[in-house]
Ligand binder design. Structure first.
Ligand code: ADP
Ligand code: MG
Length: 259
C-alpha cells in the first residue's frame, strides 16, 4: 500500500482536483484506491459524488477515534474507489486534537489496520500547514505537490519543503517528496514555460513528466459529482490525469525493482 499526501499550503492550486482525478484514474487502471478527504471544505468528498451533508460518520470521527475506517468509508458512486469523507465537523478537529495523545498520528494509526485493502491511499490536504496536514504527512510515505507555474510558485514551495524536512527528521522517517505536478498549465504563456524550466532545473526528476493543462471540463466535473477523468474521458485534462496515473504506477514499480 502506497500512501501519498497531496499537499501545498496554498489554496486553489489544484490539490483537490488532483486527488479526485488521480484516485479515479488509478482505479481505472485496476488499482484499489482510497481517497481521504482531510479538508473541512469537503470538496474531494463532493467531487467524488458523496454528499458531505448526509454523512453519518466521517474522517473527523475517525481522527477522534469515535468511528472506525470501515464505519466511515463510502464507495464513490461515480468512481471505482473508496472515500473517507469530510465535512465542516473536521474544522473542530484541529482544536479537539490538541490535548490528545499522539494527535499527529491518528490518521496513520487508522490506516495501519487496512494495509491489505488498498494499493494506493491518497490524502487531500487542506491549504495550510496545520494539525490536519501534519496528520496527512505523518501517515504518508510520500508527498505529491501540485503547483501552478507562476512567478511566486517557487517561493511558496520552500515553506512546504522545509515542513516536509522537519516531519521527516522528527516524526516520519519514511516521508519523501514523490514529485511536483505542474497543473493548470498554459503552454502558450512564456512565464509558465520559464517557471516550468526552472522547476526542472531545481528539482530534476522530482518533476513529473505529465503536464496537466488548464481545461474547463476538469472545473465543470465537480458540480456533477463525477471525477473529470470519467466526466469527459476525451478532454485534454482527463487524458493528462490518466497519463499521470500511469506515470505514477510506473514510478512506484521502479522502487519494487530497486528497493
Ligand atoms: P485546491 O484543492 O488546491 O484548493 P482545487 O483543486 O480546488 O485546488 O482547484 C481550484 C480551482 O481550480 C477549482 O475551481 C478547480 O475546478 C480549478 N481547477 C483545478 N485544476 C484545473 C485545471 N487543470 N483546469 C481548469 N481548472 C482547474
Ligand atoms: Mg482543496
Amino acid at each position: 500500500m502506497h500512501i501519498f499526501a497531496i499537499a501545498n499550503q496554498k489554496g486553489g492550486v489544484g490539490k483537490t482536483t488532483t486527488a479526485v482525478n488521480l484516485a479515479a484514474a488509478l482505479a481505472a487502471n485496476g488499482q484499489r484506491t482510497l481517497l481521504v478527504d482531510l479538508d473541512p471544505q469537503g470538496n474531494a468528498t463532493m467531487g467524488s459524488g458523496v454528499d458531505k451533508r448526509s454523512l453519518h460518520s466521517s474522517v473527523y470521527q475517525v481522527l477522534l477515534q469515535l468511528a472506525t475506517l470501515e464505519g466511515a468509508r463510502i464507495a464513490s458512486p461515480s468512481g471505482h474507489f473508496d472515500v473517507l469523507p469530510a465535512n465542516r465537523d473536521l474544522a473542530g478537529a484541529e482544536v479537539e486534537l490538541v490535548d490528545l495523545d499522539r494527535r499527529e498520528m491518528r490518521l496513520k494509526e487508522a490506516l495501519a489496520a487496512h494495509r491489505a485493502d488498498y494499493d494506493f491511499v491518497l490524502i487531500d490536504c487542506p491549504p495550510s500547514l496545520s494539525m490536519l496536514t501534519l496528520n496527512g504527512l505523518c501517515a504518508a510515505h510520500g508527498v505529491i505537490i501540485p503547483m501552478q507555474c507562476e512567478y511566486y510558485a517557487l517561493e511558496g514551495l520552500s515553506d512546504l519543503v522545509n515542513t516536509i524536512k522537519k516531519v521527516h527528521a522528527n516524526l516520519n522517517r519514511e516521508l519523501k517528496i514523490i514529485g511536483l505536478l505542474r497543473v493548470m498549465f498554459d503552454p502558450r504563456n512564456t512565464l509558465s514555460n520559464q517557471v516550468s524550466a526552472q522547476l526542472e532545473e531545481h528539482f530534476g526528476d522530482k518533476v513529473f513528466k505529465t503536464l496537466v493543462p488548464r481545461n474547463v471540463r476538469l472545473a465543470e466535473a465537480p458540480s456533477y459529482g463525477i471525477p473529470g477523468v470519467l466526466f469527459d474521458k476525451a478532454a485534454k485534462g482527463a487524458q493528462a490525469y490518466l497519463a499521470f496515473a500511469v506515470e505514477l504506477i510506473a514510478r512506484v514499480n521502479t522502487w519494487k525493482e530497486n528497493p
